[in-house]
Design a protein around this ligand. Sequence first.
Ligand code: 5GP
Ligand code: ZN
Length: 138
Amino acid sequence: MKKDDCLFCKIANGEIPSITIYEDEFHRVFFDINPASKGHCLIVPKDHYDDIFDIDEAAGGRLFSLATRVSKALKKELDLEGMNIVQNNGTIAGQTVFHFHMHLIPRYQGDTVNVGWKPGEADMDALSELAKKVGDSI
Ligand code: 5GP
Ligand code: ZN
């Protein structure tokens, strides 16, 4: 389903132009308008999902399957040395467009990309308890 007044619904369905790399029945892959590095692109489903919590497994599976193909094509055509796949969910996590999308960000020696966090310390007992709880909810 499409959502009115959603920028990526309009881009994914071709109502707003984008520099498109690839398109199929379910997806559009296009270059980010403010690229973090050369080749930074977005994989977007044509149906509207707000975020990872809203998406169904079949659509999620198709998206990641396409991400493997696009990643390999970028690697073939660019001199990239690595790739970050970033997918933000929620304002607190940096999401600014509330239509599910995956960032494919090629990495190069000396680039200015910054994807990271400060490593914390693990409490093994708390983690074991949490692993059981979350595992039971899957
Ligand atoms: P988010 O912060 O939600 O994970 O990522 C949104 C991304 O969409 C940003 O990297 C931003 O540059 C990109 N973006 C926002 N508006 C447009 C647009 O109109 N066209 C394209 N190609 N990218 C956009
Ligand atoms: Zn949308």
